[in-house]
Design a protein around this ligand. Structure first.
Ligand SMILES: Cc1cc2nc3c(=O)[nH]c(=O)nc-3n(C[C@H](O)[C@H](O)[C@H](O)COP(=O)(O)OP(=O)(O)OC[C@H]3O[C@@H](n4cnc5c(N)ncnc54)[C@H](O)[C@@H]3O)c2cc1C
Length: 418
């Protein structure tokens, strides 16, 4: 069998590796043409998607499990920084609350010590992707397979199509129409990447949040090594970037770093956090979108995966993790059903298993955004303290570990018993 994968983001690239493991060839197509993008960038860093423009991503135990299955774990761990504790502060850096994440992950049922500590990784240091300048605009399905049409007028054919083309997915729109469009939330994340050692910036915490709920102010920092860290601040009144232009590093860095650092000083954040933004060598805006929950992730010979299926607000750090879970489930299903005649069963099970999980992750993310941006500061901070006390002393489970192999085993057993 041969698959067409539209979108070579982190999830599309991981899908290609997963299909390779079960003997299915695939071709990755991405709308970005790296040569054109480099020529057009006038010497600025090329941003083809969020991954390349900076910022870090937190990978928890399920994501690490899938990466191990794909043979990528060792490579990722070499470039990543462990993040065993998350800290939450008031906006001025006082009143610290700590969540012992390793303990919470153990308590959720993760027995393997290699997978218990989440890691932060700079996205551009993740696994390799390919950029070909092929933008999917439409597809049609025949008895034998799918024909995909690209914006440059060329076509490709395959046995099936995987839409891994992100939160504004053209594949999803082709299947379900324009009604399932990602909505702009009004929030822009400004993400700076800074060489902390070079600028003598002290940063103790590996992952820290500074919040004032009354004023809707939120800043977070992520340490990616002793040298490198990211700082991210959310604003509510900046203009919405044009779709496709977001994630591009700002062209006038001195002006933007000064504007944002001055704003942070006004908010009253600790001096080292302000200094991180002021000294960032790259700042990229990320417009935050939310995708309405979908009832299905497939139609005929087409599935959607990653943000294309369940793009969500980033507040719980679950987007990529949920996309990698999709990849793990798809891999396990193809291990059990290998023949072309099995495709309807694989896709139907994939959708049945993944839709509830995608919806749950999107809901947790929305709830977390509400926790950060609304309500009273005193009550919100107190509630967080109570919740973390319960988690740290194992009185409540954060969530249960998602074992994609076990999930597929149970679904297949369920089929057999019917
Ligand atoms: C500020 C921020 C912080 C985040 N932090 C975390 C975190 O800590 N942990 C976590 O798990 N997740 C996090 N996420 C979410 C995570 O970044 C996404 O879930 C993940 O990158 C999605 O990967 P993807 O491959 O599905 O989509 P994308 O990375 O969007 O890739 C889609 C690819 O498809 C291509 N494409 C688009 N349209 C077409 C087309 N028509 N034809 C061909 N190609 C096309 C694009 O060029 C792109 O390369 C965060 C997101 C944001 C915005």
């Amino acid at each position: 069998m041969h698959a067409i994968i539209a979108g070579s983001g982190l999830v599309g690239a991981a899908t290609a590796l997963a299909l390779h493991q079960v003997g299915i060839q695939s071709t990755l197509y991405d709308q970005v043409d790296l040569v054109q993008a480099t020529l057009a960038s006038n010497g600025l860093p090329v941003a083809v998607e969020f991954g390349d423009s900076g910022g870090s991503v937190l990978l928890g135990s399920t994501a690490l499990r899938v990466l191990r299955e794909l043979g990528l774990l060792d490579e990722v761990l070499v470039s990543a920084h462990p993040s065993p504790v998350s800290h939450y502060f008031k906006i001025d850096g006082t009143s610290a609350i700590a969540l012992d994440v390793v303990n919470a992950v153990k308590n959720s049922g993760e027995a393997d010590p290699t997978l218990q500590t989440p890691v932060q990784i700079l996205r551009s240091k993740s696994w390799n992707r390919t950029f070909t300048g092929k933008k999917l605009v439409a597809y049609n399905e025949t008895e034998q397979g799918v024909n995909v049409q690209f914006a440059d007028g060329t076509f490709a054919t395959g046995d099936f199509l995987v839409g891994a083309d992100g939160i504004h997915s053209a594949t999803r729109r082709s299947i379900f129409g324009d009604s399932c469009k990602a909505e702009f939330t009004g929030v822009i994340g400004h993400i700076g990447v800074v060489r902390i050692k070079e600028h003598n910036i002290a940063l103790k915490e590996t992952c820290a949040f500074y919040i004032d709920r009354n004023k809707k102010q939120m800043v977070c920092t992520f340490k990616m090594s002793e040298e490198l860290a990211a700082v991210q601040m959310m604003t509510f009144n900046d203009p919405q970037p044009v779709v496709g232009e977001e994630y591009r590093p700002v062209p006038d860095l001195p002006k933007e770093s000064t504007r944002l650092a001055d704003l942070l000083a006004e908010w009253g954040v600790p001096k080292n956090i302000e200094s991180m933004m002021r000294n960032s060598f790259r700042i990229s805006p990320a417009a935050i979108y939310d995708l309405p929950d979908l009832a299905s992730y497939h139609k005929g010979r087409v599935i959607i995966i990653g943000d294309a299926a369940h793009g969500m607000v980033p507040n719980a750090g679950l987007g990529l993790l949920t996309g990698l879970e999709d990849v793990g489930v798809l891999l396990e299903l193809f291990r059990r059903f290998k023949e072309p005649k099995d495709l309807p069963q694989v896709f139907s099970l994939y959708s049945q298993l993944r839709v509830p999980r995608g919806q749950e992750a999107a809901k947790r993310s929305r709830d977390m955004a509400k926790q950060y941006y609304s309500g009273s500061q005193i009550v919100g901070h107190f509630m967080l303290r109570v919740a973390f006390f319960l988690f740290n002393y194992n009185l409540v489970k954060v969530h249960s570990v998602y074992d994609f192999r076990d999930v597929v085993d149970k679904a297949v057993l369920g089929l057999a018993s019917h």
